[in-house]
Design a protein around this ligand. Structure first.
Ligand SMILES: *[C@@H]1O[C@H](CO)[C@@H](O)[C@H](O)[C@H]1NC(C)=O
Ligand SMILES: *[C@@H]1O[C@H](CO)[C@@H](O)[C@H](O)[C@H]1NC(C)=O
Ligand SMILES: *[C@@H]1O[C@H](CO)[C@@H](O)[C@H](O)[C@H]1NC(C)=O
Length: 830
């Protein structure tokens, strides 16, 4: 937030920043690859996510997001957190490695961010290479570690063959450790042309031996793990990082995921899997390494034909040396397994076992009061209760009962872990409240109808019926039918309780209708299995659906009849319905604007958008038929004659993305848009029909890339707006916007009132603070870029389907897509 604060100061004059909060989904909604407790200071813990930033734990089990300021449109990849470290000597210090992809989807190098106030503000040190917070192997680690005896020393194990990096100035800068030559050569799918699965996984962990002697004030013994199962995967330095060698006698074949030190025992514990994770793993091991005798002991809890998974999360009870918990990385059926040993791994007990098959005996109870939808739409419909993708299982170093673990969906945990040893029965809850890490694919707010309709990737979607519901986790996701991912949602302007949504699963019926504002749903009577994905527009009276599919062009259905192609519109057309006149639909197709006056049957080219080559969004006025706003690469155009003629807005933003209308003060309607204005590329609001624009995003709130962010003005609450992000759920903002009644401004004499207040160069302001030089360097080297394109082919063990999956459904050669259950299909060898 360091640079955000600078930005704020420089641009204050044009800001009327709204107050931003998350719509509470309450259960995470995505993969939590890493959780880190502070080893010496009670009550401090962080969770890192792959696309939704970093969170700090509160004493009431909730989490506070601490990286919202970092992912503005320039630094959009900063919500990818590939590693996290605390400073054992300084409870307020936390570091994380930021960046999303090491392939072309992320054009910019990564950075190591540092906070000295538990995430309230940040500085950063740029790296010369990319960081892969959403890449394979992101649950290994932690790859980032601070010397427990020297706060100046921080190590980072890089991907892509970049080796080991070290900071000797407490994270201000990092330099390569040339004496460490291993790079972690494993590549999951060498031939993957997207680069996603064909990059070198790299180093997997850095672990200091705090019991070793100091050399010049630095911990002498350091272990580094690599993703390499052909030479060696665990290296050690005995001279504080000067020289390194492979640890003798170490296990082969698998990749180390976690390495934890038990200081009292003088031992390391390591979990291994035969894949880099997070989706894979068909075998693995758990090993104990005795630091004194330098001997390895295989303590894998299962063997033989029972060993069908790798191991991920591994926890040591700091207060009870010899007590260990280890989790399966992925045991897709019937469920994950978690093992506990109180004798240093000699014997293990389980969290469930088979009774009289298929009966399962559970040594735990599980509930999800903080996120009721997890119970209803995941646990009650699936045998996988403990979860999947368990790369992090942690026991609070100050409380043997307190545990947390991350899964592909949420964070689970509880407060009675030692009951495992007494009555062999523990209580598990979803404990991800405050973590919001969903990819939001569409948002809508219906005047007179549901306040927020959020179409979401991986967890279907949510309805918040009223404004007062925004702080309450929904009882269910969009179900009956549940699409894993919902791409589009729209309401009928004259009949707002009618809602339509379209889902992304290939091969199933992907249109659902609601007549109660998105509370309950039914499959559309005319839906077939040929189409999926894309966006949807509902006619004003709610009898006609226009669907711009991702699978093949635009289709139309009336009165729940069969869908038929709309020949005039090309693939990926931008579509919208007039909110008042049931006959009108609008579309942007191949750079042209088209209008239908016959309920979407035929479209004809209409009004000209001077200077525009790309139509990005169309927003029809919620209250007035024939009035609409069209967002383009040349800014926003306005029509009040059903799209026959257009004028550019008087005080136009440049290069705009989504545009939306929402209730303003009084009877007026505000305009909201993502685009480039006087404060740079961000979210603006206008209360005078687009004559003047105010930066309502403010310096402390990022939305990731504005190109992909979704936008809806509230249909019911004055001066409220919704932003759907690619990774941080839905934000709602409320504030004061002043101006006219939202009427059109077609007169060129109306000038923007704010244009002279500031320049967009404020992001490159440098500061005199000791570390901000690197921070500003980072910013100036980070370029705005479009959101990553989808992967075309899923690699070995990658996900390839399951209800509503939006990613690739084809597998790399030699693999077939196997549906494990309704929710998850995986590429497995043919
Ligand atoms: C290394 O791991 C890969 C992926 O599991 C596997 O295909 C390969 O056989 C392993 N190599 C060795 C030498 O164990
Ligand atoms: C453990 O407790 C849960 C919840 O109270 C219960 O459902 C389960 O049956 C118990 N397990 C055993 C083996 O008693
Ligand atoms: C909708 O537009 C059509 C065609 O221009 C017109 O005939 C009709 O009266 C309009 N309906 C409403 C309700 O305004």
């Amino acid at each position: 937030m360091k640079f955000a604060a600078l930005c704020l100061a420089a641009t204050q004059a044009a800001q009327a920043a709204f107050t931003w909060n998350s719509a509470r989904f309450g259960g995470g909604g995505g993969f939590v690859p890493g959780i880190v407790f502070h080893p010496t200071a009670p009550g401090i813990a962080y969770a890192r996510t792959d696309i939704g930033g970093v969170y700090r734990l509160n004493s009431d089990d909730s989490w506070t997001p601490i990286t919202d300021s970092l992912a503005d449109t320039q630094g959009w990849h900063n919500w990818g957190a590939d590693a996290l470290a605390v400073d054992p000597q300084k409870p307020d210090v936390v570091y994380f490695a930021a960046g999303l992809y090491t392939n072309s989807w992320d054009p910019s190098p990564g950075a190591i961010f540092k906070s000295t106030d538990r995430g309230a503000t940040w500085t950063s040190a740029p790296l010369k290479f990319k960081v892969g917070g959403n890449m394979p192997g992101r649950g290994m680690g932690e790859r980032l570690a601070v010397d427990p005896s020297n706060s100046n020393i921080v190590y980072f194990g890089a991907r892509s063959g970049n080796g080991l990096w070290k900071s000797s100035d407490a994270g201000k800068s990092f330099a390569k450790v040339d004496s460490f030559t291993a790079v972690g050569t494993y590549i999951p799918v060498p031939g993957d042309t997207t680069g996603y699965n064909s990059d070198i996984i790299g180093l997997s962990f850095v672990a200091f031996d705090s019991t070793s002697a100091l050399v010049n004030g630095a911990t002498s013994r350091i272990f580094v793990g690599t993703a390499d199962n052909t030479t060696a995967s665990v290296y050690v330095s005995e001279d504080a990082g000067k020289t390194w060698s492979a640890v003798p006698g170490q296990p082969k074949r698998f990749f180390p995921h976690k390495c934890k030190l038990s200081p009292e025992e003088g031992a390391l514990y390591l979990s291994y899997a035969d894949g880099a994770g997070p989706y894979d793993g068909t075998s693995g091991a758990v090993w104990r390494y005795d630091l004194k005798s330098k001997t390895w002991t295989d303590i894998t809890p299962v063997s033989g034909s029972d060993l069908t998974f790798g191991f991920g999360g591994l926890a040591l009870d700091a207060k009870k040396p010899g007590t260990i918990v280890v989790a399966t990385l992925n045991s897709w059926w019937p469920d994950a397994q978690i093992y506990r040993s109180v004798d240093s791994g000699k014997t293990w007990s389980v969290l469930w076992k088979w009774g009289n098959y298929p009966e399962m005996i559970y040594y735990y109870g599980i509930s999800t009061p903080k996120a009721p939808w997890i119970r209803k739409d995941f646990l009650d419909v699936d045998s996988k209760w403990l979860g999947w993708m368990i790369e992090s299982f942690e026991i609070d170093p100050h409380d043997s009962d307190h545990f947390l673990y991350g899964t592909g969906l949420t964070v689970y945990g509880g407060h009675d872990l030692t009951k495992w040893d007494s009555i062999h029965n523990i209580t598990i809850q979803s404990l991800a409240d405050g973590i919001e890490e969903t990819a939001v694919l569409e948002v809508a707010s219906a005047p007179g109808g549901s306040e927020l309709l959020a179409a979401v990737g991986d967890v279907s979607g949510y309805t918040f019926a009223k404004d007062s519901d925004l702080g309450t986790s929904p009882k269910n996701v969009w179900d009956g039918p549940k699409f894993t991912s919902t791409g589009g949602v729209d309401y009928a302007g004259n009949s707002p309780s009618k809602v339509v949504r379209v889902g992304n699963d290939a091969g199933a019926k992907m249109v659902a209708l609601s007549t109660d504002g998105g509370i309950s749903w039914a499959i559309h009577g005319g839906a077939d299995t040929t189409n999926n994905g894309g966006s949807v527009a509902y006619s004003a009276d709610g009898d006609i659906i226009l669907w711009s599919t991702a699978s093949g062009g635009v289709v139309r259905s009336q009165n729940e009849g069969a869908f038929a192609a709309v020949a005039a519109l090309g693939p990926a057309s931008v579509i919208a319905a007039d909110r008042r006149n049931n006959s009108y639909f609008y579309a942007g197709s191949a750079g042209s604007f088209l209008v239908s006056a016959d309920g979407g049957k035929t479209f004809a080219k209409s009004g000209t958008l001077t200077g525009a080559t790309a139509i990005r969004d169309i927003s029809a006025h919620p209250a007035a038929g024939g009035k609409l706003y069209v967002s383009t690469d040349a800014g926003i155009f306005y029509s009040e004659d059903f799209g026959k003629s257009f004028a550019a807005l008087a005080g136009n933003l440049k290069n705009t993305y989504q545009v939306a209308l929402g209730r303003g003060s009084g009877t007026g309607w505000n305009l909201y848009a993502f685009g480039t204005g006087s404060n740079g590329a961000r979210l603006y609001g206008s209360a005078d029909g687009g004559s003047s624009w105010t930066d309502i995003q403010g310096g402390a709130q990022g939305f990731g890339s504005i190109e992909g962010a979704r936008l809806a003005g509230s249909g019911n609450v004055a001066n409220k707006v919704y932003v759907g992000t690619n990774g941080r759920g839905v934000f709602h903002g409320v504030g004061a916007l002043v101006g006219g009644g939202g009427g059109p401004s077609t007169s060129s004499s109306q000038q923007a009132t704010k244009s002279a207040t500031s320049s967009s160069s404020s992001k490159s302001v440098t500061s005199s603070s000791s570390v901000s030089t690197s921070s500003s360097t980072l910013i100036s080297t980070t370029k705005t870029s479009s959101a990553p394109p989808p992967v075309q082919t899923a690699g070995p063990y990658e996900r390839c389907g399951g209800s509503g999956w939006t990613g690739p459904t084809a597998c790399a050669s030699g693999y077939i897509c196997k549906l494990w259950n309704e929710f998850y299909a995986q590429c497995v060898p043919k």
